[in-house]
Design a protein around this ligand. Structure first.
Ligand code: PMV
Length: 360
């Protein structure tokens, strides 16, 4: 398992003046949630997620050697237009990772980004965005150090993405990724995400239909949210529970135990929101329509036996999760019964995916 020291590079053996790369990176949806962190983006508990397939960020990184080194120099484009509001986040990211990527001060960069999901859909783009940027930076580092192994390349991309946005480290690889030290998971680490390979066929093609209940800006930023776990009266029990749930959901994923998967996934989503409701200050991030949808899903599952369930991010949107072999039934149910609770009837059909893709 790699340590922080392993990501501080040896002197580079090659040079390059200019060039560009394009990579796509997907979003991911946590099943056991990461909520609460320590210094340097170290998670308070381990988490596990499905990497998504169609909700992704596509980023082109162009680089050209500067005349004089020192300081960071970059331009930001979002969907073809200059996007100055991203600057502080990228500046902070560069400051955090420059010790691992010393070439950052030597180039001028153009970071040109677009998302496949609609702008202001309430879907966070920080995971896919940071993963896409991190993997592009690794492509540049590999030009400077061509003997790098593939394992190092992807692990360091995940390590860097984590320093941009914690959950982004789970977006580099697919299809199921574990991040955070966990006693019964070999090679698990707080530093980067690792793929979990023991996945039964039923989960390999799992579907995620995202119901856009509230497309507004996040009411609570991740930073504020994670901070709420400091001094939270239930924090220690919650962190212990995440370890247990991870053990149990790994077993369910390996054996194809959909019922246990549903219990843990839904309980984790509600626990995440319960933590926010019981912190100081307290927040309710669900909307009335979030609850309407949850109740409809429970009613439909009880009446039909179709194994459909939900999870939530730190917001009001609902991720509806189900096996591919019931997709037509569930989509008919969603269209008939759930879309009325979405803003402008909007939803996104996604599914489990494989991680970053080199575009060119
Ligand atoms: O990666 P961050 O700092 O934006 O935190 C994400 C936290 C949740 O999405 C609520 C849970 C998770 O594990 O992805």
């Amino acid at each position: 398992m790699a340590s922080v020291q392993d990501f501080i590079p040896q002197p580079y053996t090659e040079t390059t003046d200019k060039g560009s790369f394009t990579w796509s990176a997907p979003s991911n949806i946590a099943l056991v949630k990461y909520w609460g962190k320590k210094a340097n983006q170290i998670p308070a508990n381990p988490s596990i997620s499905f990497t998504l397939s169609d909700c992704k960020t596509i980023t082109t990184l162009s680089f050209e050697k500067k005349k004089s080194t020192g300081g960071f120099s970059f331009d930001l484009l979002f969907e073809g237009q200059p996007k100055e509001s991203f600057r502080p986040k990228i500046e902070k990211f560069f400051e955090r990772v420059v010790q691992y990527l010393p070439f950052l001060e030597e180039y001028h960069f153009i970071i040109d980004t677009q998302n496949t999901f609609p702008h202001s859909s309430g879907i966070a783009s920080s995971a896919s965005g940071m993963a896409a940027l991190a993997i592009n930076l690794m492509s540049l580092e590999r030009l400077l150090k061509p003997d790098m192994t593939d394992d190092y390349f992807y692990q360091k991309a995940s390590f860097l993405a984590r320093l941009g946005s914690g959950s982004a480290c789970r977006s580099v690889k697919g299809s199921v990724v574990i991040w955070g030290n966990h006693e019964t998971t070999d090679n698990s680490t707080d530093l980067y995400g690792i793929p979990y390979a023991e996945v039964h066929d039923v989960f390999k093609t799992y579907q995620d239909t995202i119901l856009l209940v509230d497309k507004g800006e996040k009411q609570v930023s991740s930073t504020v949210g994670h901070d709420l776990m400091h001094g939270h009266p239930f924090a220690q029990q919650r962190f212990a529970q995440a370890h247990e749930n991870l053990t149990a959901i790994k077993r369910a994923l390996a054996t194809g135990d959909v019922d246990t998967f549903i219990k843990i996934t839904e309980s984790e989503a509600l626990t995440l929101h319960a933590m926010m409701m019981t912190s100081l200050p307290y927040f309710i991030l669900m909307k009335p329509n979030t609850l309407e949808i949850i109740n409809k899903i429970w009613q439909y599952r009880a009446e039909t036996g179709v194994p459909v369930c939900f999870t939530l991010d730190a917001g009001a949107n609902v991720h509806v999760l189900y096996p591919e072999n019931v997709a037509s039934k569930v989509l008919a149910f969603i269209k008939a019964e759930l879309l009325g609770y979405c803003q402008n009837n909007q939803y996104i059909c996604d599914k489990i995916g494989t991680g970053v893709v080199f575009v060119g």
